[in-house]
Design a protein around this ligand. Structure first.
Ligand code: Z5A
Length: 209
């Protein structure tokens, strides 16, 4: 019987280096002979990517927090059932750029939606499925914003003020504190090579465990 893959998510405030570190993590796992699927949220399937476009596009019309929350979970339902779960069942490790911790952090910490409402949708969409490991890349908000700003045009989330991202960062750190073992913090304010080394060491531990 095929052994189920590991489901590993990368989280953090904007510009902390998730995409960069996922690419490095993919290389580390492949070196070790592990089959990998790299994906992201919101998105990861053609339909979920359409929902991502709806969510990220700056627009005149204000977006109600419930609309945003439901769209995040609509995209997640599609992604989880059509891509993540089949890959895990096939024995591949899934590296996902953000997952439901981002909803607790952005819609919960950032927008003020209650954790109970988010947890209710989490159960509806995911049942008992949770990431096996959550890697939280942590850096001062200004550091990530400065890195992200170099890319040019800002999406609807990136246009928020510093205080919004401070609440998100705190929410991630609270979740790490409340879930030792499954959550791992990496200091993402260090130079790229040092961050990659921390992620590599962590993955090697997970592979050997
Ligand atoms: N969102 C939500 O609200 N609720 C949810 O449930 C979910 C998502 C799932 C899209 O996410 C938005 O959706 C997101 C939250 C919301 N909005 N925000 N903000 P996203 O993950 O696609 O967007 P993002 O967080 O803005 O990701 P990002 O800006 O692409 O950042 P990143 O992937 O963490 O960083 P990066 O692209 O790897 O690196 C950024 C730059 O920094 C790049 O030039 C790198 O070369 C450089 N870099 C990386 N590491 C370093 C170090 N260590 N030193 C120096 N420079 C570095």
């Amino acid at each position: 019987m095929t052994q189920r893959g590991q489901f590993i998510t990368f989280e953090g405030t904007e510009g902390v280096g998730k995409s960069t570190q996922i690419a490095q993590a993919e290389a580390v796992l492949r070196e070790q002979g592990i089959a990998v699927e790299v994906t992201r949220e919101p998105g990861g399937t053609p339909m979920a990517e359409l929902i991502r476009e709806l969510l990220l596009a700056p627009r005149e019309e204000s977006v109600h927090e419930t609309t945003e929350l439901l769209l995040m979970f609509a995209a997640r339902a599609q992604h989880l059932h059509n891509r993540i779960l089949p890959a895990l069942a096939d024995g591949r490790w899934v590296l996902c750029d953000r997952f439901t911790d981002a909803t607790f952090a952005y819609q919960g910490g950032g927008r003020g939606v209650s954790s109970d409402r988010i947890a209710m949708l989490e159960t509806l969409v995911q049942g008992e499925v949770r990431p096996d490991h959550v890697i939280v890349l942590d850096a001062p908000v200004e550091t990530g914003m400065a890195r992200a700003a170099k890319r040019g045009q800002l999406d609807r989330f990136e246009q928020e003020e510093v205080a919004f991202f401070e609440r998100i960062r705190q929410c991630y750190l609270d979740r790490v504190r409340d879930n030792p073992g499954r959550y791992h913090v990496v200091d993402a304010s260090s130079p790229l090579e040092a961050v990659s080394e921390q992620v590599r060491a962590l993955l090697m531990r997970l592979i050997q465990s």
